[in-house]
Design a protein around this ligand. Structure first.
Ligand SMILES: NC(=O)c1ccc[n+]([C@@H]2O[C@H](COP(=O)([O-])OP(=O)(O)OC[C@H]3O[C@@H](n4cnc5c(N)ncnc54)[C@H](OP(=O)(O)O)[C@@H]3O)[C@@H](O)[C@H]2O)c1
Length: 211
């Protein structure tokens, strides 16, 4: 029996194919949780899922992925329901996919501003609503939503106007959802956010060499 076993639990992880999201995927899979990754690159998803299935196999099921661009928010729920109708068994949602900004507002393209808010804030709100509805309907006992925000939600750094404000919005989305989902027909959904600082060497250092 694993310590902190998540055997029989099921997590959808946006941005779970790389970086922080992939680390979370591995951590949950190592405890026996089934993982579905959502990200754009099918190739990267495939590599990450193969790694999970090889290193952290789960009985009778497989980790898998949905390659999807979360900027297309209007169709995401329909797509999940179509490809993975068993999404109803999911008791964990991790909203990790995010887009950064490295330019002063005056120099940031309008479309980039829109995309940052869609990916960092609107997609998590839409997915949280979708999964929370099914978590409540299915009366999951251990239902969790985890949002990956940023330390910049609480700090001022020029060149991050849209990014930091989207991450601040994500924190408020988290705290408000946690109140709304606290008790619903005696069901509880835990909603939390993590606010990481800059992860030095994450991409280029040793921890990046996952395969
Ligand atoms: N790294 C840091 O220092 C740091 C610090 C604080 C907060 N954060 C936050 O932590 C989260 C993860 O950051 P990271 O550095 O680990 O990112 P990363 O290595 O660039 O990975 C981003 C993940 O999101 C996916 N993704 C990106 N755009 C997407 C889209 N439009 N639709 C679907 N999936 C998409 C990527 O896959 P595809 O490219 O294949 O779509 C990938 O799986 C982000 O929300 C970021 O804001 C990071």
């Amino acid at each position: 029996m694993l310590f902190n076993s998540l055997l029989g639990q099921y997590a959808f992880i946006t941005g779970g194919s790389k970086g922080i999201g992939f680390q979370i995927s591995q951590e949950l899979a190592s405890r026996g949780c089934r993982i579905t990754i959502i990200a754009r690159s099918a190739l990267q998803c495939q590599r990450s899922v193969e790694y999970l299935n090889k290193k952290y196999p789960i009985p009778k099921q497989k980790h898998n992925f949905l390659n999807y661009d979360l900027l297309k928010t209007s169709e995401v729920c329909m797509r999940i329901a179509k490809v993975y109708p068993e999404y109803k068994n999911a008791n964990i949602l991790v909203n990790c996919a995010g887009m950064t900004q490295k330019s002063l507002l005056l120099n940031t393209r309008e479309q980039d501003i829109v995309n940052i808010y869609i990916l960092n804030l609107i997609a998590p709100a839409i997915l949280s609503r979708f999964f929370a509805r099914s978590m409540i309907r299915q009366k999951h006992k251990n239902a969790n939503i985890l949002n990956i925000s940023s330390m910049l939600a609480e700090r001022y750094l020029p060149g991050t106007t849209a990014y930091s404000s989207s991450k601040m919005g994500l924190v408020r989305l988290t705290t408000t959802m946690s109140k709304e989902f606290m008790r619903h027909d005696n069901q509880l959904i835990r909603v939390n956010a993590i606010l990481p600082g800059l992860i030095n060497g994450y991409r280029y250092g040793k921890r990046c060499q996952l395969y």
